[in-house]
Design a protein around this ligand. Structure first.
Ligand SMILES: *Cc1c(COP(=O)(O)O)cnc(C)c1O
Length: 429
């Protein structure tokens, strides 16, 4: 569900025409709908209203401060995967007691920052990390709440790059090893407090079964840990619920909620969820302008001013994004590759796609670009990163300025020239 649609021939983000935003802000531009963001948060919150729960929006999907602030104001917690994301969360006014910290390679400075910020807990992904957290917490005279991210060996049936809960993946600790690590942590590590079990099996998952299979393994482990005297209060199901890019039919959070509530009945736990994509994916579009059109002997090309540096998903995963005309003037359609200006054949937004016939200067809307869009963007080919806009009803504001040329070389300088050797000393050869 989202609030992007045509009014007559004009494509709108809530009550603002995309054409107006494009005129005032330029292209490429990411456009987010605030109403869609709050609706998605509330859909999750309501799905678990019957049980103690905490929604921790996964910042990496879209880390713009205005997006984070919108969720923080709804009462959302946050799932972070770096010190940088913690910095953002705090700037957005997050309640740090609702922050969980995931990721396989947390550095010492990041762990220290998180401990000093009094986050709720760390999702620990290796025995070495557990010892590092214990050591740093001891130095800071703190107790660190921890969950172990368990690798349940469940196939989420999604793209291999975004499957994370299989034994061959780098994430988490396998169940038996996790059991031993929990017991060891309780007995021997004085500055970590095991309080949850965490499990995140992948992304863009469109069925409930993989989640429920993972949940079953988690609750089995919970029972064994409680029998060992561990006070496990939280089950963190991670994120991963898919969205509709094309024809996918992912379960609604309410259906997912019913299944999880059934699977955890009577356990007396607080449920944690770390949704990213399903909160922001369909709440954002990328508007771009046609620069040229070109006809090859085999293909039509529509060359636009957004590229793989702005939206990497098609190049990276071969993913589908629907493409709409910002002004639906023409009924005629063409089959074309929609490509960017970057010097890579992998730089495309759509391949062999039936789209409305367009000409240079026309604007297009690349749909479902709110998740892993701007947050994965780069300056490749020394392209300034796009502007970001948030629409709220009939108003909009620029929530991140388009980068300018000076931003592109910020912090760079020529290496200093080699100093001439001083007289009387052994100089460099
Ligand atoms: C990426 C990630 C998420 C969010 O995943 P989505 O598929 O965007 O919901 C949640 N938890 C962890 C640990 C992640 O790495």
């Amino acid at each position: 569900m989202h609030f992007f649609d045509y009014k007559g021939k004009n494509f709108y983000a809530e009550g603002v025409s995309v054409e107006r935003i494009v005129k005032e802000v330029g292209t490429p531009v990411y456009i987010y709908s605030k109403k869609t963001l709050t609706r998605h948060f509330q859909a999750y919150d309501q799905a678990f209203a019957a049980v103690p729960h905490l929604i921790c929006y996964s910042i990496k999907a879209n880390s713009n401060l205005a997006v984070l602030k919108t969720f923080a104001q709804e009462g959302s917690g946050f799932d972070i995967v770096s010190g940088g994301e913690l910095f953002r969360a705090k700037k957005a006014g997050a309640d740090t007691r609702k922050i969980v910290f995931s990721g396989v390679g947390k550095r010492e400075d990041e762990i220290e920052f998180a401990l000093k910020s009094n986050i709720l807990m760390f999702n620990v992904e290796s025995p070495q990390e557990m010892r590092a957290i214990d050591k740093i917490a001891k130095r800071l005279r703190k107790k660190a709440g921890v969950s172990i991210r368990v690798n349940p060996n469940v196939d989420p049936k999604t793209h291999p790059y975004i499957s994370t809960g299989l034994k061959k993946n780098k994430f988490g600790i396998e169940t038996e090893d996790a059991f031993r690590e929990y017991v060891y942590a309780k007995r021997s590590l004085k500055n970590v407090v095991p309080m949850g079990i965490d499990c995140h099996i992948g992304s863009q998952i469109t069925q409930i079964t993989p989640f429920i299979d993972a949940l079953k393994k988690t609750t089995d482990l919970l029972a064994r840990l409680r029998a060992e005297g561990l006070d496990i209060k939280y089950i963190d199901m991670g994120g991963g619920l898919g969205i509709t890019y094309d024809k996918e039919e992912p379960p609604h959070p309410s259906k997912y909620g019913e299944a999880v509530i059934r699977g955890t009945k009577g356990l007396g736990v607080t449920l944690i969820f770390e949704p990213g994509r399903s909160m922001v994916g369909n709440a954002g579009i990328l508007a771009t302008k046609v620069v040229y059109t070109k006809k090859g002997s085999e293909k039509n090309f529509v060359i636009v001013d957004a590229a793989m540096n702005d939206l990497a998903r098609p190049s990276l995963y071969g993913s589908y994004h629907a493409i709409k005309a910002v002004k639906a003037n023409s009924k005629a359609e063409i089959t074309a590759d929609v490509v960017g200006p970057i010097c890579e054949s992998g730089d495309f937004l759509a391949k062999d796609r039936l789209i409305p016939e367009v000409k240079a200067g026309d604007a297009l809307a690349v749909m479902s670009a709110g998740a892993y869009g701007f947050s994965m963007s780069s300056n490749y080919n020394t392209r300034p990163r796009a502007a970001e806009v948030m629409v709220n009803g009939k108003e909009f504001s620029v929530v991140r300025k388009r980068e300018v040329l000076s931003d592109l070389i910020r912090g760079e300088q020529a290496a200093p020239a080699r100093k001439a050797p001083k007289a009387g000393r052994k100089g460099a050869k």
